[in-house]
Design a protein around this ligand. Structure first.
Ligand code: SF4
Length: 478
């Protein structure tokens, strides 16, 4: 499909995209992967860019990649860029638009879940700041098909425990799997397609992953995205998986590059064009500085030793991207989660609002209904305690109340007695009804006015909904 006279969409059918167009984008991507992952390449490139590109057989000149490597060459006037760079930029824009589309299309069919998710998006924008929160798609579900992960990354943002066992595609499991998806589709609706089959697991640890993926496509009509850190181990399996995913219309997959040798192996085994829609995410120790890891999960334990590889303390950290249900199929457990800034209270970078287990799809349906009914408020009730979120810094000056977070600011100029208002909003001892009665008695603000105002704060994710932290959240490091 052509988006303009010059640019082609690359996330759909490629059959009509000229080969030179794909080559330009795929090779620009490959050079940047090499540059961002390989310190020795960066040094060679700094010394002699043309020779460094020739050594990796890149059919590009330094001028074609410089706008993405050298900040001073990153021009905003697209017309002055080489054609290949304009094509690559268009690809980046297409991927951003795709991600934004997932966020906006992700509202569950159940109106209670939809309202709750909308509020979590707003809360995250305030708590995490614009940059990090916009990168979170708030998928409605993720499914773990193993217990633990064989990879054991020191920086694992969800602190995956050591691999224990996996969930094979037996007849019984296959039936439960399809019934699970069907049951959840009945609640979540089409957005369930945005789910993926890993969390604190690597999908390729399950030898039957491809069967589960195929069933997912059969039931939901979309191929789930794959992210793996072991795609380099058995490249023939990986090649077959990429072909299977492409045949099912997969859009973007990801290889997490935890060692330079893994990138070398992948670049040897796959052409640049084959990896056009597979992002290689630099996680290795030689990675360029901009690829800092979230200070979440197991990484928090290494902050004293490897702090220079982590996102700084004054920035937010989480790798969680689900506002919805986290299922582990090995123990048939469900947790209701939503991202938050990782902290000592929430080291894994997500809240757990409720959990349970199930044996059958019918029990799963009942459990999900219970979690939705009891943990996903659609509006502020009279009996709900009211307090602003803890990350909001509240000040009163010149008759104005201001509450500021990383990505959100509330300014109140039209309410009497702002000091009293600030006190009520931060102490958190009053229910919505008590709050409104207090304001009516003390400051003559009509009860209905205060209740409507508090309801607006709640809908905008400004009121504290943080659950009590679970007792054990972080498994032992492997
Ligand atoms: S980051 Fe991914 S691959 Fe690494 S230990 Fe965690 S779940 Fe496993």
């Amino acid at each position: 499909m052509t988006t303009t006279e010059e640019f082609h969409a690359l996330l759909g059918d490629l059959s009509e995209v000229p080969a030179d167009y794909i080559r330009d984008v795929a090779w620009t991507k490959r050079v940047l992967e090499r540059w961002s992952t390989d310190r020795a390449f960066r040094e060679r490139y700094a010394a002699d860019p043309a020779q460094a590109l020739a050594q990796i057989a890149a059919p590009l000149t330094p001028e074609q990649v410089r706008p993405f490597i050298d900040e001073s060459a990153a021009v905003t006037d697209t017309d002055t860029l080489p054609r290949s760079a304009r094509r690559y930029r268009a690809f980046l824009r297409e991927k951003l638009a795709f991600r934004a589309g997932i966020r906006t299309e992700g509202e569950a069919a159940d109106p209670r879940m939809a309202a709750w998710r909308r509020r979590q998006l707003k809360r995250c924008a305030g708590e995490l700041g614009a940059g990090r929160s916009e990168a979170i798609v708030h998928a409605p579900a993720a499914f773990e098909l193993s217990k633990g992960c064989t990879v054991g990354c020191w920086f694992c943002g969800v602190a995956a425990p050591k691999f224990d066992h996996t969930w094979r595609y037996t007849d019984d499991h296959a039936t439960l799997w399809r019934d699970t998806l069907t049951t959840m589709r009945g609640i979540v609706g089409d957005p369930l397609r945005q789910s993926f089959l890993y969390w604190a697991t690597d999908p390729l640890d399950n030898p039957d992953y491809e069967h589960f993926l195929t069933d997912f496509h059969r039931v939901l009509g979309r191929c789930p995205q794959t992210t793996t850190a072991i795609g380099h181990k058995d490249t023939e399996r990986t090649r077959a998986l990429l072909r299977l995913a492409a045949a099912h219309g997969s859009v973007i997959d990801r290889f997490s590059i935890i060692a330079l040798s893994a990138l070398n192996r992948l670049h040897e085994a796959f052409t640049a064009e084959e990896l056009l829609r597979v992002e290689c995410v630099p996680q290795n120790k030689e990675a360029a500085k901009p690829y800092a890891k979230s200070n979440a999960g197991r990484a928090r334990r290494f902050a004293h030793k490897r702090g220079d590889e982590l996102v700084p303390d004054d920035d937010s950290s989480t790798i969680a991207c689900v506002s919805g249900f986290l299922l582990n199929m090995t123990d048939r457990s469900v947790r209701l989660v939503t991202p938050c800034d990782a902290s000592d209270r929430w080291p894994l970078g997500y809240w757990v609002l409720g959990e349970g287990t199930f044996d059958t799809a019918a029990e799963l349906g009942e459990l999900l209904e219970d979690l939705i009914a009891t943990r996903m408020r659609t509006r502020l009730r009279l009996t709900d305690p009211v307090r602003l979120r803890r990350d909001l810094d509240v000040t009163v000056a010149d008759g104005r109340l201001t509450a500021t977070a990383r990505g959100q600011r509330l300014t109140v100029t039209d309410q009497p007695d702002p000091d009293d208002l600030a006190d009520l909003l931060t102490r958190g001892t009053d229910t919505a009804e008590e709050f409104a009665l207090h304001r009516e008695r003390r400051s003559s603000v009509p009860l209905t006015h205060t209740l409507a105002w508090l309801g607006g704060l709640f809908d905008n994710g400004l009121l504290d909904e943080e659950p009590a932290p679970a007792l054990v959240l972080e498994p032992a490091a492997s």
